[in-house]
Design a protein around this ligand. Sequence first.
Ligand SMILES: [Fe+2]
Length: 388
Amino acid sequence: MPFYHKLGDIPHKRHTQFRKPDGGLYREEVMGLEGFSSIESILYHHFLPPRVKQVDDLGSAKSEYVDFGPIRHRAFATGGAPTGGDPVEARRMLLGNNDVTLGVSRPTKSMDYFYRNAQAYETWFVHEGSGTFKSQFGNLLFYEGDYIVIPFGTTWQIKLDTDQARFFVIENPSQIEPPRRYRNEYGQLMEHSPYTERDIRTPEELETHTERGEFEVHVKVRDRISRHVLDHHPFDVVGWDGYLYPWIFSIHDFEPITGRVHQPPPVHQTFQGRNFVVCSFVPRLFDYHPEGIPAPYSHSNVNSDEVIYYCDGNFMSRKGINQYDITLHPYGLPHGPQPGATEASIGKEKTEELAVMVDTFYPLQLTAAALELEKPEYMASWLEGDGE
Ligand SMILES: [Fe+2]
């Protein structure tokens, strides 16, 4: 996903002899999802891909959840989340269920090992910082506002250009795809889509490493981390082609859909996974009906938990919410603008807000790390005034 791409040198025909300058064979690897019935890519390696010199167990990677308590609106100040370490080790899981886990990462250094999640897709939303995402498929430069979408089984490493960075991380044991309703029968994004293939960045620079030595790969699978030591550099690919590869879409390339009256949340949808969606709230003009109310109405997200990560701008409908906060509006009770916010929105022509929303179709649980960041006063933020 999202379309066919190739990089580097590949033979004219798959599964045929493809030789190195010294006459030896390059080693072909077919990497396919769902038992080779879904998307796949074919990679050509310098070394035999199964070579692993040493394996160790680094322990559990399973998210542990705490009791949610009575159903209520929750908010978490991730501005105060701990910093330090590389992007993978700095990551704190905050919310999750069987379909998706959500967390933040505030790293202060680049990775000096490699990482592969064999049990889930990972999407790293770059809120702050920049650098290079390196994988066996090649390099992708990333900047603030990028969604880095990483398929199952990709071996990768993040090199930061900045002293600090801040990511919102989505992990799901299913594929991340553009919404189906925006794609035609051939998979192409259609004219009413808020973005097209032209907005999707694919790996463009393939570095082929033929060094020998000791190279450490942390593999996440079966809810544990295994440490593999390879006797060769894992990025030894001379060429590949197919549909399975990491890619980037920038939130700044999302073209908002606006209307005469308030548009519903699905217009912000950016990706779909199994039993959840990812939406982008971006700067946009407000509704242009002369009697229009730009703020949303109160709404009951009847069977969908709603998580919003507030990136930038003044999020008009939320009182007491700051940059880097995450709100969780669980299903079971309505939510909407706090007292005064609806009136204050009337006559406003545009918003500069930037936020990422994840709606899950099954309830989310909290981790102990989320409780440490909680703003317990949030549930009372609708109580001011006389209640009308
Ligand atoms: Fe909502």
